[in-house]
Design a protein around this ligand. Structure first.
Ligand SMILES: *[C@@H]1O[C@H](CO)[C@@H](O)[C@H](O)[C@H]1NC(C)=O
Ligand SMILES: *[C@@H]1O[C@H](CO)[C@@H](O)[C@H](O)[C@H]1NC(C)=O
Ligand SMILES: *[C@@H]1O[C@H](CO)[C@@H](O)[C@H](O)[C@H]1NC(C)=O
Ligand SMILES: *[C@@H]1O[C@H](CO)[C@@H](O)[C@H](O)[C@H]1NC(C)=O
Length: 399
């Protein structure tokens, strides 16, 4: 009887699976359906069953040859290369020694995507996790932090904001700005600027990171993680790590900020990519992404999706790290600070969080058998309640 029951169970499972599969196939083919749940189903199905994004290479290749470039001087590829720097620091990664100039051994080149008017956010980052001398004196590593900017989109405010930026840069020397409008739809241009700057002026950096200016980075934990990667077997090659979006569907609702029309991206699913809030790539991957930006059409204006397209074309896949955040803040608790790498949405509380999260007492909470048990319980309670959307998944409690 037990056997019988099991057989029935198995049959039903197979039936259910087949039905699901057929439904999914129908939905992939059914272009008219455009509902939130449906688009996710379609997208996952595409990602896991079809799973070929070969078309990206050919569809996004810049087709213009030299002849076309001459006849169409405004072709996208050319235009993007040519935004001049308004503020630049070519020597950021250079050290001058008795033997002349050379590129320094930089562990991490970190670009923070900032908007011209966000003076306060930049200041809070400089005073806390972005303090290069803190990393050098406390952790013994060379980190370079720069803010990536375009020009203020509002013509009326541009002159005054620009002169404030020049003054700010005179004091801190950490702004990189090109002459394009700093708007949401120019974020891909900003991404390209970051990889091109890295290639030009800091190509020896072992890791490259891109982050939003309302993010919190637990620098000591990040440095520790990067060192582990360097001493691992892979020698920190081929690394692209962050909060991974797998099989995300393009948003077709016109009201959405992330709306992408069919003629820009006709397929039901994006290639895998990491949330733009903060991700890290190894130096070799940064070089590959740079190459891809030269070959691919950058009209996809969602910068993290464009990054996914570039990576796919170069055969690089993203890796999930449970303590990199997507949207949303990490819970405020010492047991979380112990492992956190990034947390999103900290425009105003960076200073207090930095004090709390880097307090040496944080590590004592999880020490010993009891401490470990206590922290595990706390993490399960904070990260695993059903229906509670957190920035770290429940898996992070068991990592
Ligand atoms: C890039 O793609 C867009 C939209 O698909 C197209 O209009 C444009 O001509 C393309 N540019 C190049 C240089 O191929
Ligand atoms: C940066 O860190 C150094 C070394 O720990 C410290 O002396 C300095 O005050 C910090 N700077 C700021 C702006 O907090
Ligand atoms: C991006 O910047 C360029 C150069 O300033 C500008 O012409 C273009 O309109 C901007 N695009 C968007 C979508 O804001
Ligand atoms: C094209 O796409 C595949 C992955 O789909 C990748 O492995 C290959 O290297 C790509 N690049 C070029 C230039 O063909």
């Amino acid at each position: 009887m037990f056997m019988n029951f099991r057989r029935i169970h198995k049959c039903q499972c197979v039936q259910l699976l087949t039905t699901g599969l057929v439904l999914c196939m129908v939905m992939v083919c059914w272009e008219e359906l455009d509902h939130h749940v449906v688009s996710h189903m379609k997208s996952y199905t595409y990602r896991y069953l079809v799973n070929s994004y070969d078309f990206l290479n050919s569809s996004y290749a810049i087709t213009s040859n030299d002849y076309e470039r001459k006849t169409h001087p405004n072709s996208l590829g050319d235009r993007l290369m040519n935004y001049p720097y308004l503020i630049n620091h070519p020597d950021k990664c250079v050290s001058v020694t008795g033997y002349g100039e050379r590129l320094e051994d930089v562990l991490l080149l970190l670009f923070v995507k900032s908007s011209p008017e966000n003076f306060e956010r930049r200041q809070a980052i400089r005073d806390t996790w972005g303090n290069e001398s803190f990393v050098w004196s406390q952790l013994g590593e060379n980190v370079r932090l720069m803010f990536a900017l375009g020009v203020h989109p509002d013509v009326g405010q541009r002159a005054s904001v620009q002169s404030a930026l020049l003054k700010e840069d005179k004091t801190y020397g950490d702004l990189i700005q090109q002459d394009f409008l700093d708007t949401f739809h120019n974020l891909t241009t900003k991404l390209i600027m970051q990889f091109h700057w890295g290639h030009m002026y800091c190509s020896r950096a072992r890791f490259f990171m891109s982050a939003d200016d309302d993010i919190f980075v637990h620098m000591p934990n990040l440095v520790k993680y990067l060192r582990q990667e360097l001493s691992s077997q892979s020698d920190a090659k081929d690394l692209w790590v962050g909060h991974v979006h797998r099989g995300a569907p393009p948003i077709r609702r016109k009201e959405s900020k992330y709306h992408v029309p069919y003629d820009l991206y006709p397929w039901p699913s994006y290639p895998d990519y990491t949330a733009g809030a903060g991700y890290v790539v190894s130096g070799d991957v940064a070089a590959k992404i740079y190459q891809a930006t030269l070959m691919l059409n950058s009209s996809m204006y969602i910068d993290d999706v464009f990054m996914g397209i570039c990576a796919k074309a170069m055969g690089v896949s993203p890796q999930e790290h449970v303590f990199f955040s997507g949207e949303g803040k990490a819970p405020y608790h010492p047991c979380i600070y112990d492992h956190m790498i990034t947390s999103h949405g900290h425009a105003t509380d960076v200073r207090s969080l930095w004090r709390a999260a880097t307090n040496p007492a944080v590590y004592s909470h999880s020490r010993g058998f009891m401490g470990n048990l206590y922290c595990k319980a706390v993490k399960v309670m904070l990260l695993c309640p059903p229906y509670y959307q957190n920035t770290y998944s429940c898996m992070a409690a068991f990592a």
